[in-house]
Design a binder for this molecule. Structure first.
Ligand code: 5GP
Length: 116
């Protein structure tokens, strides 16, 4: 069992957040410090610390998160242009060690570098 993170507390309702989507496998919330006009986080209910910690048993969940991200982008009205980011490890900028996908949209990323 992983150590409880802020995202587990959000999923369990112990900490409030702006939830924009929920299904049996994941929850999507608005990022508290948005880096783009639309900045959502897709968080699996199951707390895998980093993408690199996912195992073969997590394959379907990882696919589900990608599929859900597209649906969440559609619901947010940004499915024509959005960026999906996973930071894996502190060296890549990960600060919350509960796997999550960033959906960023609403600004022009076409000329920008990979960072946000
Ligand atoms: P990471 O840096 O781990 O890839 O992303 C963590 C993200 O979680 C950051 O963009 C940060 O702003 C967001 N975040 C951290 N704490 C909270 C919180 O309590 N509520 C919400 N909604 N977002 C949070």
């Amino acid at each position: 069992m992983s150590e409880e993170t802020i995202f587990s507390k959000i999923i369990n309702g112990e900490i409030p957040s702006d939830i924009v989507y929920e299904d049996e496998h994941c929850v999507a919330i608005k990022d508290i410090a948005p880096k783009a006009p639309v900045h959502l986080l897709v968080i699996p209910r199951q707390p895998i610390p980093r993408l690199a910690d996912a195992g073969p048993a997590d394959r379907a969940l990882l696919g589900h998160l990608m599929f859900a991200a597209a649906e969440i982008a559609r619901q947010a009205g940004v499915d024509e242009a959005f960026r999906l980011i996973v930071n894996n490890g502190a060296g890549a900028g990960q600060t919350v060690f509960h796997l999550h996908l960033h959906i960023l949209a609403g600004k022009d990323f076409s000329e920008s570098q990979m960072g946000f």
